[in-house]
Ligand binder design. Sequence first.
Ligand SMILES: N[C@@H](CCC(=O)N[C@@H](CS)C(=O)NCC(=O)O)C(=O)O
Length: 213
Amino acid sequence: MSLTLFYAPTTCAMVPYINLTEAKARFDVHRINMRKGENKTADYLAINPQHKVPALIIDGRVLTENVAIQIWIARTYPQAQLLPSDPWYEVKAISLMSFFSSGIHPHLARINSPLKYCNMPGVEEPMRRTAAAQVAENFAIVEKMLTGREFFLEHYTAPDAYFFWCFRRAVEFKLDLEPYPACRAHFARLQERPSVAALLKFEAEVLADFAKA
Ligand SMILES: N[C@@H](CCC(=O)N[C@@H](CS)C(=O)NCC(=O)O)C(=O)O
């Protein structure tokens, strides 16, 4: 099987990178430099007209949307147990990923690029502040889920990598993360996994290459 992941550093494309690595899948990576607009070239728009990463090319067919990509990885590499085998817990894992994708990611996007969402003069600071408040509300929900637990479910599953990315973004945005000790412990625990360490090493290499270019 031929797999190519379209990936940009620091983005949510790290989630499939981590889970493909967990699955011991062989995959190539096509690096996208967003700062140079490589997600808006005609070639990339032919792959994903929404100009977003991740996209995973599977034997020539394109799969977009992180939740679907994680489900595909989990089903294709069942030995990695990236989704629970019990149907109830499988849908709970999908529910968690959907929450991260639709309930947390959009607020992080507003902190990153407020002017994409409203171009009124002076909007950046209030947009960032209100989006950070939404992130805080949702992290408080996740904090309850993770209190007393190592992972969201019985063992490491795909949503753990997804939340790792959400929390990493919040760290990068310097949000106040003191109120979330269980989330911080989960973030530290994930960094001990070889898959996450491999991703972080790869990301640093890509960022260094992009800085030279
Ligand atoms: N719903 C998509 C969202 C993906 C997404 O927003 N990716 C961001 C990076 S984290 C992106 O590529 N943004 C570039 C753009 O919107 O032009 C998914 O879950 O895969």
